[in-house]
Design a protein around this ligand. Structure first.
Ligand SMILES: NC(=O)c1ccc[n+]([C@@H]2O[C@H](COP(=O)([O-])OP(=O)(O)OC[C@H]3O[C@@H](n4cnc5c(N)ncnc54)[C@H](O)[C@@H]3O)[C@@H](O)[C@H]2O)c1
Length: 369
């Protein structure tokens, strides 16, 4: 079977630091190749193309869609542009990988799903936490009753603990009204929790701009969207989640999470994805590998073969492999558009809760765990 041809829109940090290095590795080239790059900032796609030996580069997305023979488009741009770019890719007959969140509003997320269905193409939405054995192992342990009834999940989503924003490209979209930590790394917490505990039914939250001014390249800029959230989730049947989500701290424990049950608890490391500890009545009875950052048996995860841990954000590479595998094997993505929609609906409900101070219902999920 020929390689699956891929185009990328958005040649900023994630694409140039992470995605392109992963996709030029020999194991990926066995089944896929990047054939076109697009970025609306003049010269940015061309420079990335020079570094990664990709000749077809564009500043105009419509020009790329009308001239490239790519079968799939990876949308790696700021959140506010995701839905429109994905819909246009579907309208021109492409499969799509969408970075998180898939849209800023649930209405736009639904429009993406409708475009996918009209085109009859594949859609994978980041983050694909359901693809990771860490979360499905925990889900299965909970279902087996190892920790008894789950009561409370606490995923800690903290990062970027400095007012000085040290990014290679202009970071303003992360700090505007369509950005913020909830739409950035909060999606990892939401997808991980829903993988382990099922869909979220209700939310309430505090949210605020805690640091109104930050600097990039020594220039101050205003933070226009909340950078600090404390969110409560209700999974139904008396199971709750409590998610701090802020750009306020970076520490080794910033990505640790714990699920408390009636008879025990489970600790996991969402950063390395490879550290898991189950405590039953205070004693460790199940510990795949107790050493910090020493992988438990991830050898059977295809997207972790060879050098991929080296290039960082290996979950993004895993999502992209998932799309390509679904295209080639005619499979339905597990990291689905419906899951992406649930993430957006949860985030939208959190913003409504912050504005109103009232608990918000989340529409019934359209995926099953
Ligand atoms: N940076 C990370 O570590 C990281 C990790 C995981 C996911 N993400 C997600 O990936 C996406 C991109 O993040 P990033 O950090 O690379 O951002 P970035 O700002 O560094 O890059 C985004 C790029 O998209 C381009 N762009 C914007 N609108 C466009 C349009 N309409 N057409 C063509 N190009 C357009 C910009 O010019 C910029 O070069 C976001 O959704 C983010 O949440 C980022």
């Amino acid at each position: 079977m020929p390689r699956t041809k891929i185009a990328i829109v958005g040649c900023g940090t994630l694409t140039t630091d992470t995605i392109l290095p992963h996709l030029e590795q020999p194991d990926f080239l066995e089944f896929g190749e990047v054939v076109a790059l697009c970025d609306s900032v003049p010269g940015r796609a061309r420079r990335a193309g020079e570094v990664f030996s990709i000749a077809a580069t564009y500043e105009d997305y419509e020009a790329m869609l009308s001239t490239s023979d790519a079968e799939a488009v990876l949308v790696i741009t700021p959140a506010a542009s995701h839905a429109h770019l994905a819909i246009r890719a579907f309208e021109t007959g492409r499969h799509v990988y969408l970075q998180k969140p898939m849209a800023v509003t649930a209405a736009d997320a639904l429009a993406v799903l409708e475009a996918r269905d009209r085109a009859n193409k594949k859609l994978v939405c980041a983050p694909g936490q359901v693809l990771w054995p860490l979360y499905t192992t925990i889900r299965d342990l909970i279902r087996k009753g190892v920790i008894g009834k789950p009561y409370l999940a606490v995923p800690t989503m903290l990062g970027w603990g400095s007012a000085k924003v040290d990014f290679p490209f202009e970071p303003y979209h992360f700090f505007g009204p369509t950005g913020g930590p909830l739409r950035d790394h909060g999606g990892y917490g939401i997808h991980a929790l829903t993988t382990m505990l099922g869909p979220i039914k209700r939310v309430t939250a505090f949210g605020a701009v805690a640091t109104p001014e930050r600097t990039w390249r020594d220039e101050p800029f205003a933070v226009a969207g909340p950078d600090n959230f404390a969110v409560l989730f209700d999974f139904g049947d008396g199971t709750f989640g409590l998610m701090p989500d802020a750009w306020s701290a970076s520490s080794p424990a910033a990505a640790m999470f714990r699920i408390h049950g009636l008879e025990g608890s489970i600790d996991g490391d969402a950063e390395s994805q490879n550290w898991l500890k189950v405590l039953v009545n205070g004693a460790t009875v199940y510990n795949r590998d107790g050493d910090w950052r020493v992988p438990f048996d991830l050898a059977d995860v295809p997207f972790l073969r060879d050098e991929h841990w080296r290039w960082g954000h290996v979950h993004v590479y895993g999502d992209i492999c998932h799309l390509v595998e679904c295209i080639r094997n005619h499979e339905t993505p597990r990291a689905s558009g419906e899951w992406g929609l649930h993430n957006v609906e949860v985030i939208e409900a959190v913003f409504r809760a912050v504005e109103t101070g009232v608990v918000q219902d989340v529409p019934p999920a359209r995926f099953t765990v």
